[in-house]
Design a protein around this ligand. Structure first.
Ligand code: 6GU
Length: 256
């Protein structure tokens, strides 16, 4: 997969040299290019923003540098075709595991990181007519710019690419992984030693009874989902719940 990122803070993306994503780049699974938006300005101050039409606080990113930057990146296409353009913004559609899976199937993503009050909306209109454009939010809070959101999205997408994770099964077990009960959060996990500062590993996990362990894990996953994300319980498909699931959820005060 090819990923291009345009930002006025290319330094923000140093973490993409590290760990899982850094390894994927070394191995040639991921090809990431980071570009300085100001390289496509033409004034001495390398201006990228201006005051908003209609008044109001803050500044808006000017369309001209964005148009030149996006066109230049598109012109340097790694292969025939166009990138999918992702614009991080708190007013975008929610970034979910389902969207991460969808993006992981794309050959080429281009991220346009806004700062200030955002990018002049004509940039999205212009490219919306030529490319697939998605405005995407990573959650209901406001960041100072899209850079951190892009780090989040690239990590979530990158770990889904074939060959990036050591254990192919670990993706299937994730909370929010596609499939039945995708809204079930993962329960607690333990490793050695069996006792630590007076805390014991739940005995069942040492029992070797695979069936009972699987049931216990499912109970814990249901409990954790009920406690931390009660709204997800409402989204469970009744067809995915067995008798024991229903009993437990009833004990926890949920009607299913
Ligand atoms: Cl994608 N950008 C910014 N600036 N703030 C956000 C966000 C994105 N998602 C949540 N908050």
């Amino acid at each position: 997969m090819r990923i291009d990122i345009i930002s006025i803070f290319p330094e923000y993306f140093a973490p993409l040299d590290v760990s899982l994503i850094g390894k994927a780049r070394e191995r040639g699974i991921l090809d990431i290019g980071v570009h300085q938006l100001r390289d496509w300005t033409h004034d001495v101050h390398r201006t990228v923003d201006d005051t908003p039409y209609g008044g109001g606080p803050g500044m808006v990113m000017k369309p001209e540098p964005w148009g030149e930057a996006v066109d230049a990146v598109r012109a340097a296409a790694p292969a025939p075709g166009e990138p999918r353009l992702i614009v991080p913004t708190p007013s975008g559609r929610p970034f979910t595991q389902a969207l991460a899976t969808e993006l992981a199937a794309e050959p080429w993503l281009l991220f346009a990181c806004g700062r200030y009050e955002g990018i002049d909306s004509r940039v999205m209109a212009e490219y919306g007519a030529r490319l697939r454009v998605d405005e995407v939010s990573i959650g209901d809070y406001v960041l100072a710019g899209g850079e951190v959101a892009v780090l989040v999205i690239v990590e979530a997408v990158g770990r889904l690419l074939p060959g990036v994770l050591g254990n192919v099964c670990s993706v299937a077990d994730d909370s929010f992984a596609p499939g039945a009960m995708s809204n079930l959060l993962e329960g607690p996990v333990y490793t050695k030693p069996p006792q630590w500062r007076g805390h014991e590993v739940p005995e069942i996990l040492l029992s070797g009874h695979h069936g009972r362990i699987a049931r216990w894990r499912r109970d814990e996953a249901l409990r954790r989902t009920a406690r931390n994300r009660p709204e997800l319980v409402a989204g469970f498909d009744p067809a995915d719940l067995d008798k024991r699931d229903r009993e437990l959820l009833a004990e926890l005060g949920f009607e299913v």
